[in-house]
Ligand binder design. Structure first.
Ligand code: CP
Length: 328
């Protein structure tokens, strides 16, 4: 190599973030480490740095969302990007326009990134393969929700200072859960042991092939784990009777104070939200001393800032300098 020749830095991520399944351990750690300096921006009086000034980002949310949609929008605005929000009801998708036509029309207006939530598994990859803009998956069907997985990892690492060696049990509706998949891929890559605990009807077939421990009783999961990531019963996706009743589900599988009191160690409780209080988790657990549920939400903004920054070509070791540049 000519020592005088300038070399372009190698991007830390590829063009898109569709899932955690195909990210390396190094890439996962780069995202988590890049999120660290970005946390502080949200604590400032003026929460803005010019890192993505001039970039145009479309938030295309074709399925309901509160946390992810607002968190991405805050992350984009805090990095000074120009943003547009599109929901299914306010778009021509409702008139029958295809996803690809919608995206191509947006691209004709010269956008840079699309953050998309979609009800169909694979929709994010479909779009990423067909448009030159960066695509970030904000949850696609039952497939993956990579930024939720990343913010969960960051929240666990904040508490324990490590992921390696942690025992994390995902409890609840694994069958319908993109959060479960992103957690399983991310946790294994960073050296955690992973368990799942759910009624048989809410476990996907072949779940053991992923290498997880399967717990049939919540009491066993609580005895084993350092962390419980409690998932919502996705009632809107349950046309068939997966559980006898919600009261029955809470009685047998619910994460309750009484059950946590019998834990041999101090458990950390995560939940991606939205919660069904009194079903998969009792209110006194959700709001209690073991819970880091709102820390997850706070970390979501920093993780999404990191992902946007890296996909826009930012270098991991420049994140600290980038955040020092105050908006003028
Ligand atoms: N955790 C999560 O994806 O929440 P929303 O559906 O509100 O975005």
């Amino acid at each position: 190599m000519n020592p005088g020749m300038a070399t372009s830095p190698i991007p830390a991520l590829g063009k898109d973030l569709v899932g955690l399944e195909f990210l390396s351990q190094e890439q996962l750690l780069i995202i988590l480490d890049t999120a660290e300096p970005f946390k502080e921006i949200s604590e400032r009086r003026i929460k803005k740095v010019p890192v993505l000034r001039g970039k145009t980002i479309v938030n295309l949310f074709l399925e309901a969302s509160t946390r992810t949609r607002v968190s991405f929008e805050f992350a984009e605005k805090r990095l000074s990007a120009d943003t547009v929000n599109i929901s299914e009801t306010g778009s021509s998708v409702i008139k029958g326009e295809t996803l690809l036509d919608t995206a191509r029309n947006l691209e004709a207006m010269r956008i840079d990134m699309v953050v998309m939530r979609h009800g169909s598994s694979g929709a994010a990859q479909f779009l990423a393969d067909r448009i030159p803009s960066n695509v970030i998956n904000a949850g696609d069907g039952r497939h993956e929700h990579p930024t939720q997985g990343l913010l969960d990892l960051l929240t666990m690492r904040d508490h324990y200072d490590r992921i390696k060696g942690l025992k994390v049990c995902i409890v609840g509706d694994i069958l319908h859960s993109r959060v479960a998949r992103s957690n399983i891929y991310g946790l294994f890559k960073l050296g955690a042991a992973v368990g799942v605990c759910a009624p048989k009807t809410l476990l996907p077939s072949g779940i053991r092939d992923l290498g997880v421990n399967v717990f049939r009783r919540i009491e066993e999961a609580i005895e084993w784990a350092d962390v419980l990531n409690v998932l919502r019963l996705q009632l809107e996706r349950m046309k068939d009777g997966y559980v006898p009743s919600l009261r029955e589900y809470n009685r047998i599988w619910g994460v309750t104070t009484r059950r946590l009191d019998s834990a041999p160690q101090d458990l950390l409780i995560l939940h991606p939200g939205p919660m069904n209080r009194g079903v998969e988790i009792d209110s006194d657990v959700a709001d209690g001393p073991h819970s880091v549920i709102l820390n997850q939400v706070t970390n979501g903004v920093a993780v999404r800032m990191a992902v946007l920054y890296l996909l826009a070509g930012g270098q991991p070791d420049s994140a600290e300098a980038a955040k020092a540049e105050a908006e003028v």
